[in-house]
Design a protein around this ligand. Structure first.
Ligand code: SF4
Length: 374
């Protein structure tokens, strides 16, 4: 998941400068004075009333929420027996990013993506790089009013081919994303889901036709580590990967390598073997460097040698496109043709300096290169 820097986050208190956009971020109420949900709230899409309260069925946490209470993600509220999202039209982060920042390397390289997030997340990752917004409620962050039609309008005005739902956890602003994505498709704009993948099957299958590409974090290949590191579980993520792939969403995977948590080579090998044996050998895998943040500041950053070794393991297992992110390692972001070894997309940081792909094929040897190249 792309990090927004502290400087970028603080900038939200003032003005967002982005070409045609100039927006003021302020505290927007999510409830009217009488406690009723208001302008920036909508009835949630997936829930069931039970004797003990409302059960939210959006993600595997399946929170039971009593009247006046909020779910674990901090943005779903039980008001008089109905479940409301309070994250609708009130993003706390709005940026125009290169698509490479997501990271998506095999989907329209070199294009811009209009990127939005509201506060809230259904995980509680110890290493979260965007914890200021992910571990907050829309009641606490400074937000800007931007309803779905306006998001799409701003994306078009800023020359973006896609809208990215990103930074915090878009699953928890599902209804806002769903409505925005529908309008975007009607106007020829694509939708990118940048997510932890922790979502139930029905909402995922409902959303997937509106999503064109996704980067899903596969944070570890151990349920025990998932529970301790994120407060989630592994199995739903693996289901999400398979459903998205089967529903023709272009998928890439990010694995953050955290010293002492997820840098176990045997586990990395097991993860890669699972990916290959389940048909993900052509799905780009991004190993990402950890920097000490949030509740893991006592750890060192990931040594480059560990990331290089992880890449070697993935390649030896049969994964064709492997990247190393968050480093200045020369060539680590280039796309290499698995057939001839030629550089088909050359990147310097987030910038694409050359694309040598013609009609989806390597310009040097003619082998197909998996992806949507535009
Ligand atoms: S989306 Fe939020 S409220 Fe719903 S189950 Fe997940 S964490 Fe709980």
């Amino acid at each position: 998941m792309a990090k927004i820097s502290r400087r970028e986050f603080l900038k939200h208190s003032f003005w967002l400068a982005g070409g045609l956009m100039a927006m003021r971020y302020i505290k927007l109420p999510v409830f009217a004075q009488d406690g009723k949900p208001c302008k920036w709230s909508r009835e949630a899409m997936f829930y069931t009333p039970t004797a003990r309260g409302i059960r939210c069925q959006l993600c595997p946490n399946e929170c039971t929420i009593r009247p006046g209470e909020t779910g674990d993600c901090r943005n779903r509220v039980n008001y008089k027996g109905k479940l409301y999202t309070i994250a609708y039209g009130n993003p706390c982060a709005v940026h125009v990013d290169p698509i490479e920042k997501k990271p998506l390397y095999h989907y329209l390289p070199g294009t811009k993506s209009f990127s939005i997030a509201t506060a809230g997340c259904n995980f509680a990752c110890l290493n979260c790089q965007n914890w200021e917004i992910s571990q907050s409620s829309p009641k606490e962050t400074r937000n800007v009013e931007l309803f779905p039609e306006q998001v799409v309008d701003q994306a078009i005005r800023n020359g973006c081919k896609t809208i990215a739902y990103t930074y915090s956890e878009p699953i928890t602003f599902y209804e806002y994303m769903y409505d925005t994505a529908g309008i975007a498709h009607k106007k020829g704009i694509g939708n990118l889901l940048i997510s932890n993948g922790y979502i139930n099957e029905e909402p995922l299958r409902t959303l997937a036709p509106k999503i064109d590409a996704a980067n899903i974090d596969l944070k570890a290949f151990s349920n025990d580590i998932y529970m301790k590191l994120t407060a989630g579980t592994l199995e739903p993520i693996l289901n999400t990967l398979q459903i998205l792939r089967d529903m023709n969403v272009w998928v890439e995977i990010t694995n953050l390598v955290i010293p002492t948590w997820t840098d176990d080579y045997a586990m990395i090998r097991k993860m890669c073997q699972w990916l290959v044996s389940n048909g993900f050998s052509e799905v780009p895998l991004h190993f990402s460097r950890f920097f000490p943040l949030y509740k893991l500041t006592q750890l060192p950053q990931t040594p480059t040698s560990t990331l290089v070794k992880a890449k070697e393991i993935a390649q030896s297992c049969g994964i064709k496109y492997v990247y190393i992110g968050n480093t200045a390692l020369p060539g680590s972001g280039n796309t290499i043709c698995p057939s001839c070894g030629g550089v088909v997309v050359e990147r310097k940081g987030m910038n694409v300096s050359s694309v040598n792909i013609k009609n989806g094929k390597c310009a040097w040897c003619g082998a197909p290169i998996a992806g949507k190249w535009g």
